[in-house]
Design a protein around this ligand. Structure first.
Ligand SMILES: Nc1ncnc2c1ncn2[C@@H]1O[C@H](COP(=O)(O)OP(=O)(O)O)[C@@H](O)[C@H]1O
Ligand SMILES: C[C@@](O)(CCOP(=O)(O)O)CC(=O)O
Ligand SMILES: [Mg+2]
Length: 384
């Protein structure tokens, strides 16, 4: 039996980092996906294999070895999303260390811990092969970690005892009642990768669309504005967990100043959500709304700089897009990663081409993506 799940990445339009501290963020899914294929193997083949195509790593563990380390936990407990304790993370790290994880890729190890936790918690110790591949840049602010956890949770739950799906369905379909369970398990995976995730990334990857998110509560937004964003990848690697921890450390050093800035970010998110839900009566009104969003992005970026998550490469992109009178902000955790540039409706293709050429001459990579589409989907296939 084989199942494939695909989960989208996201852009945060306003409110990253502040959302970790209970403030509102506005985020949207994008049409770039991480896919996870899961094939259960016959009982004779007693290994769990993980193939991570994007980072060029393969793992294979004898089921017996994983049982030795984890069976005392009593898994599977697929219908009860459970946090991985620090002690268990250490056991998972031992399982990964045995496979001599390359030093140059050690920052990617937490994704393998998350895999082992989600796999054994949801499916127990069944032998299988899992293949992961993504259209998203990994570790660049577009929510690859959440898309990975959501697609993994969806594929595992689809073949678990706690979800009953019609396996004869053809093509891609969305989860209905089970989506919340997928989201909760994905959040447990994100915790292993991020330390202290807000939950916005896994929620938007599970449910798609444009959402508002505050203190664990998601509200779907019906956007009435045509939103076009240029996404520029600085290609500067960074790690969400470290950036989130740095913001918390700065907050404990300067609680009042930081709280004021995080509250200002919340006001920006709230205004974003009001503007994109409003109906522009005519083109003039639409341009005025786009100009307001551009200003909000500039203010949000200024605050992100002040809380310590910008980077020289991000500042270069901001200066370049400013020459074209276009507003930009980092998206996701910052410290490198991707930058969003609002492309108002009046901006011509020729101007965008010129901007892209200039940004790419610095070594950055530019692309666009569809905003606000599907959340996670699955598709069954039968392998021999
Ligand atoms: N396609 C993938 N293959 C393997 N690991 C992945 C993949 N996508 C995400 N990850 C895991 O997620 C981590 C990146 O997450 P993070 O730092 O939050 O960046 P972002 O979510 O912005 O891409 C990687 O270090 C890795 O552990
Ligand atoms: C910085 C933060 O707001 C978003 C992180 O997104 P990403 O992992 O950089 O794609 C953290 C969070 O909300 O959990
Ligand atoms: Mg992430």
């Amino acid at each position: 039996m084989e199942v494939t799940a695909r989960a989208p990445g996201k852009i945060i339009l306003a409110g990253e980092h502040a959302v970790v501290h209970g403030c509102t963020a506005v985020a949207s899914s994008i049409d770039l996906y991480t896919s996870v294929s899961l094939r259960l193997r016959s009982e004779g083949e007693d290994t769990i294999k993980l193939q991570l195509n994007d980072i060029g790593l393969d793992f294979s563990w004898p089921v017996g070895r994983i049982k030795e380390v984890l069976s005392h936990l009593g898994s599977p407990f697929s219908s009860t999303p459970t946090s991985c304790s620090l002690e268990t993370v250490k056991s998972l790290a031992a399982l990964v260390d045995e496979k001599s994880f390359p030093d140059s890729k050690i920052g990617l190890a937490s994704g393998v811990y998350a895999f082992l936790w989600l796999y054994t918690s949801i499916l127990g110790f069944k032998p299988a092969t899992v293949v992961v591949s993504s259209e998203l840049p990994v570790g660049a602010g577009l929510g690859s970690s959440a898309a990975y956890c959501v697609a993994l949770s969806a594929a595992l739950l689809a073949l678990s005892d706690s979800v009953k799906l019609d396996v004869s369905q053809k093509g891609w379909f969305t989860f209905k009642a089970e989506a919340e369970l997928v989201n909760k398990w994905a959040f447990e995976g994100e915790k292993i990768i991020h330390g202290r995730p807000s939950g916005v990334d896994n929620s938007v990857s599970t449910f798609g669309n444009v959402i508002k998110f505050k203190s664990g509560v998601m509200t779907r937004i019906d956007s009435n504005m045509p939103l076009r964003m240029l996404i520029t990848n600085t290609k500067v690697g960074r790690d969400t967990k470290a950036l989130v921890a740095n913001v918390s450390a700065r907050k404990s050093r300067h609680p009042d100043a930081m709280s004021s800035m995080l509250n200002a970010i919340e006001a920006i998110s709230d205004e974003w959500s009001t503007i994109i839900q409003s109906h522009a009566a005519d083109d003039l009104c639409l341009s005025a709304n786009e100009a307001k969003l551009a200003e909000l992005m500039e203010m949000n970026q200024g605050l992100l700089f002040s809380i310590g998550v910008s980077h020289a490469s991000i500042e270069t992109i901001l200066q370049t897009t400013m020459e074209y009178k276009l507003a930009s902000k980092l998206t996701g955790a910052g410290g490198g990663g991707c930058v969003l540039t609002l492309l108002p409706t009046h901006v011509s293709g020729a101007v965008i081409d010129k901007l892209v050429e200039e940004l790419e001459s610095f070594g950055f990579q530019c692309f666009t993506a569809g905003i606000g589409g599907n959340g996670v989907q699955i598709s069954f296939g039968h392998s021999s």
